[in-house]
Design a protein. Sequence first.
Length: 455
Amino acid sequence: MAVGRQRVWAGAVAAMMAALALPAPGQGTQTTTPAAQRSVPDAPAPQTLPNLKLNTITPVAPSVPGATPDSTAPDGTAAGNGGVTPGTSLGSALPATPAPTTPTQDEGPLPVSHASDIHIYTSFVQVPFTVKDSKNHLVAGLTWRDVRVYEDGVRQQLRLFTTDPFPLSVALVIDQSVTFDTMEKINDSLGALQGAFSSIDEISVFTYNNGVTKQTDFTAAQSARLGVILDRSKGSGREPLQMMGGPLATTNEKNNFNVDPNTSPTHGPSGSFQTVPKEIHTLNDAIFAAAQETVKAPRDRRRIVYVISDGKEYGSKISEKQVIKYLQTNKVEVYATLVGDSAIPGLGFLDRIHLPLTMRDDELPRIAAATGGQVDPEFRPRGIEASFAKITDEVRSQYTIGYYTHASPFDERFRRLDVRVLRPGLTIVAPDGYYPTASDSHPSKPLETVPSATP
């Protein structure tokens, strides 16, 4: 009986193991599970939506450009209800999501985002200036630590400081409307003009009397051609006008009445008053024409208008304000040698007193001061010759500073400049300011790549 019970128990165990698909004891481990079940063991069966009839719900399809409610889709379904016909299931109505595509070699790489790049449009402003002591001598040896520059009262960070001389592009203006004796002094001194410039400088020549004449374009300062042009630019001058001159200009008067009317040049009770003819001195027109010539020079050259004149102005079409604005917009400096009666010491005070309907004798110093230039009054011929070298020496001894202004270049208002030196008892000669132009604006470099000012 015991043996029979063990056989029955062993048979029951074998049957149970066969049902569970387990290997029998003593047999090797063999895998009988299918390959799909080995990769995802015990994976749940996929769930499906019930087959519902959506007879009362119509989903809204994505809008198609150009489609109208009455239009028909290419597959024959109505476009107004999104291409879903009544009675279809939701799973079959939703469009399949397109698979992401990778760019091919013909399409090129994906565009790189530049959202983090910041471009600031700025203008680089260069300011030349001269420093003199109390004895009117040039001061050398300044460093960038000694200089401060302010634009409209706001201090600017220096990005450039140099004492290197710049090549000069000079437009020479010669006044031929002066008197005979003054014109003779100018003619005698023109031979020394070329010696004041170097071989890298260039000069153009203008003359004016009742109008402006351009004698030559820019030519080398040491060329023989310029010597010929200067010789041709010598004038004869004009005779000085007098209020009353000659034996018949006056008559026998007593209490402003003619005692002997027969000697009066104009018969009448008051023959002693005469109308003085007006002199024409187109100084402003000449400076404006010369400034237009200097604008043709590159920006890496110093633009100079050099005037040899007595400073009288009458009859120009261009006003003083217009000339100064054009000079300050195009960064042109005006230097002058003042000759004639205006150069005599003591007459400067009288020149500032301007009578209505008369010539102006004080415009030339104001124009030069507004542009950062200077005026050198010389009465003697030797002094006129020395002023050529004196002025060019001051131009070559200028300091030049530069900074980036973040003011809008499209704002055409005047920007006032103030250059200061941290040393007492010094005089700074610099432009009063400038007018910005859109052509000077450009994207600035990143701040870390802009070189800082060095001594």
